[in-house]
Design a protein around this ligand. Structure first.
Ligand code: ACO
Length: 336
């Protein structure tokens, strides 16, 4: 899906504030060596990940999300009571229904807000951005909150070294409001899906296709299953394509991009994209070494950290790009 055709009919929107929350508990590669047959060296050279955060037992995805939203609202100067739309992107919802966004609404007292979830895996935050961009842009809402939040530790098979070393918990949020004369704006956005590749990466059990029963409970079907090598190839191609499309639709060139904020799954995937896009490595935001892959939260957390670290100045052109289960991919070019 290409944002260019509809873009001119919409009022532009800005990212008015960002926030993130990472749970306190750190799980290092050395800790994982004690759980499965792996090594710090393997994890570091194959992925770039050194440690990840794990939510407490009594913290669910909505709690992580609410903490991130509080910070984003404070930065944007928007009161919880004035939020009209909350979109939570997650594949690890508190419950299958109601949506995690409903719990976030309740925890923050955003009583006027319409609240729902999107399920687009690691691309989810950018799917939420596009939904907010078009609905705020069309005038349906004034103040929207988008969140990427995951408690992936609840959906990991901690005996499967192929997956358990990769993922972590966390949340990131952004407040989307109409752009003003002296604010930045979202310039373009691209979304894509290939359901033919759905089996490459999924949580096969726990849904209506395969409910968890007493008979299959020991098979751990409600945990992430992934064909890593295949996903890797698709990730590089799709993120490269989506990046180029977002840049071109915004009327920019790669050399205009001051900061690339890619999905934080694997440093080798990021290196491959950066090489093909001809963006300098210093202009790429990386935090996967500290948090692992937090799926829908990854781009959102990175955006907030880049913002608070002063990596983006007013007027800078920023590129966000993600890829995940579905398969899904998404990108957005932003003027900060
Ligand atoms: N420690 C030690 N050895 C391991 C581990 C581990 N944790 N995991 C796998 N291995 C072994 C494998 O068993 C295999 O051994 P073998 O050759 O004897 O069979 C060997 O290491 C190599 O395995 P590969 O799968 O080929 O390793 P690869 O280099 O592809 O790296 C990885 C695996 C890191 C998963 C990579 O493929 C990857 O990052 N894929 C993409 C993941 C991604 O981007 N997901 C996107 C979104 S996630 C979401 O949507 C929720």
């Amino acid at each position: 899906m290409d944002s260019s055709a509809a873009a001119s009919a919409l009022r532009p929107v800005q990212i008015a504030g960002t926030g993130s929350y990472l749970p306190e508990k750190v799980l290092s590669n050395a800790d994982l060596e004690k759980i499965v047959e792996t090594s710090d060296d393997w994890i570091t050279t194959r992925t770039g990940i050194k440690e990840r955060r794990i939510a407490a037992e009594d913290q669910s995805t909505s709690h992580l999300a609410a903490e991130a939203v509080k910070k984003a609202l404070a930065q944007a100067g928007v009161e919880a009571a004035d939020v009209e739309l909350i979109i939570v992107a997650t594949i690890t919802p508190d419950t299958l229904t109601p949506a995690t966004a409903c719990y976030v609404q309740k925890q923050l007292g955003c009583d006027r807000a319409v609240a729902f979830d999107v399920s687009a895996a690691c691309s989810g935050f950018l799917y939420a951005l596009e939904l907010a961009r078009t609905s705020v842009g069309a005038g349906a809402f004034q103040n929207a909150v988008i969140v990427g939040a995951e408690k992936l530790s609840a959906y990991i098979n901690w005996e499967d070294r192929n997956t358990c070393v990769l993922f972590g918990d966390g949340a990131g949020a952004a407040v989307i409001t109409p752009a003003t004369a002296d604010s930045g704006r979202v310039l373009s956005s691209q979304l894509g899906t290939d359901g033919n590749q759905a089996e490459l990466l999924s949580i096969p059990g726990g849904g209506s296709a395969c409910p968890i029963t007493v008979d299959n409970a020991s098979e751990r079907l409600a945990t992430l299953a992934m064909q890593g090598r295949e996903v890797f190839k698709h990730a590089v191609n799709a993120m490269k394509r989506a990046s180029i499309e977002a840049i071109e639709t915004a009327g920019l060139q790669s050399s205009d991009i001051k900061l690339l904020i890619p999905h934080q799954a694997n440093l080798r995937i990021i290196d491959a994209i950066v090489e093909r896009l001809e963006i300098d490595k210093e202009d790429v935001f990386i935090n996967l070494n500290r948090y692992g892959n937090t799926s829908a939260a990854a781009v959102a957390i990175a955006l907030d950290e880049a913002n608070r670290d002063g990596r983006m100045q007013r007027g800078d052109k920023i590129l966000l790009v993600a890829f995940g289960a579905g398969l899904t991919w998404a990108s957005a070019a932003i003027e900060w």
